[in-house]
Design a protein around this ligand. Structure first.
Ligand code: PRP
Length: 286
């Protein structure tokens, strides 16, 4: 029987959509029935196991799943013997300490002797020890932001993404304990066949992630402006320059990181570029 890699993803939660979208963009078709907890990919040797997020590190350590897609925060919190293979660039958030709005907060020393509610006791303990702070950790499994309002704690330590949950609960972010994004975690010792499947998967994911961060851009310019425009462009390699049907005009094509594009757009226009098109790239293999 063909070896298949067992891939654990969140059964529900904010990583699920991004995880399945990424697999789809890698050309992996997951045939999934409603409420099915295990599904197989039809065209790639992986099976998907839908598991509770907080259980995934243990399943990966035990070898029930070979790899998992979880938040780096979960990987750090659970302290299992698993390797972080690749950050995936989505579900970015931070684990932060927050206090009620208008609290006089001179700095982390404020936390000494205080009660902090969290679902991340190990990560918080690590932060407190590193900063030589002595606070009482009050572990709760959910709705952490309500703890100060009901007199359960003086501060909280929870995930912050947009910050709207903190805002709605009258809390202010004060310290960042760790930054996180979705990542692939794996068993440290996959056999050779499973490692080969993981390598193929990582190759595809890297091509998708590179493509997400880059754009193909095209623009027209008078021939005498082409050299000046090329100096502005931070492309992968030398841009492609092609003559237009209209004499004296050229079309310039290149690939650049999206963040760079916004930095240079004014320079491009000032240099004489016209009709600038920015086109998404589906895959990028360098
Ligand atoms: C997380 C976290 C916060 C919220 C922060 O909960 O626990 O409550 O998101 O996001 P925001 O800064 O965008 O408001 P999530 O909804 O993921 O579910 P959970 O309670 O199961 O952690």
């Amino acid at each position: 029987m063909q070896t298949r890699l067992q891939v654990a993803v969140q059964k529900s939660g904010r990583l699920l959509e991004g995880s399945l979208k990424l697999l789809k963009e890698c050309g992996i078709r997951v045939d999934n029935g409603k409420d099915q907890l295990k599904a197989s990919a039809g065209n790639f040797p992986i099976d998907i196991l839908y598991l509770r997020n907080s259980d995934i590190p243990q399943y990966v350590e035990d070898g029930v799943a070979d790899i998992g897609i979880i938040g780096e925060n979960t990987a750090f919190e659970k302290q299992k013997h698993i390797d972080t293979v690749l950050p995936l660039g989505f579900s970015k958030c931070r684990l932060s300490i927050a206090v009620p709005k208008n609290t006089a907060y001179p700095g982390p020393a404020f936390l000494n002797g205080k009660r902090i509610a969290t679902s991340y006791p190990n990560s918080l303990r690590h932060y407190l020890d590193a900063h030589r702070l002595n606070a009482e950790i009050h572990e709760i499994s959910g709705s952490v932001e309500i703890a100060p309002n009901i007199g359960l704690a003086d501060a909280i330590c929870d995930l912050v993404s947009s910050g709207s949950t903190l805002f709605k609960n009258g809390l202010e972010e004060k310290e960042v304990v760790l930054k996180s994004e979705a990542c692939i975690v794996a068993q440290p010792k996959l056999g050779a066949e499973k490692q080969a499947i993981l390598d193929k998967l990582v190759f595809r994911i890297e091509a998708v992630l590179k493509a997400r961060n880059n754009k193909y851009i095209l623009m027209n310019a008078p021939d005498e402006k082409v050299a000046e425009i090329i100096r502005v462009l931070p492309g992968m390699k030398s841009p492609t320059v092609m003559p237009l049907a209209e004499k004296g005009w050229s079309s310039i094509h290149t690939v650049i990181e999206e963040s760079h594009f916004w930095d240079i757009i004014d320079q491009l226009k000032d240099s004489g570029a016209q009709g600038i098109l920015v086109v998404p790239i589906e895959k990028m293999i360098i």
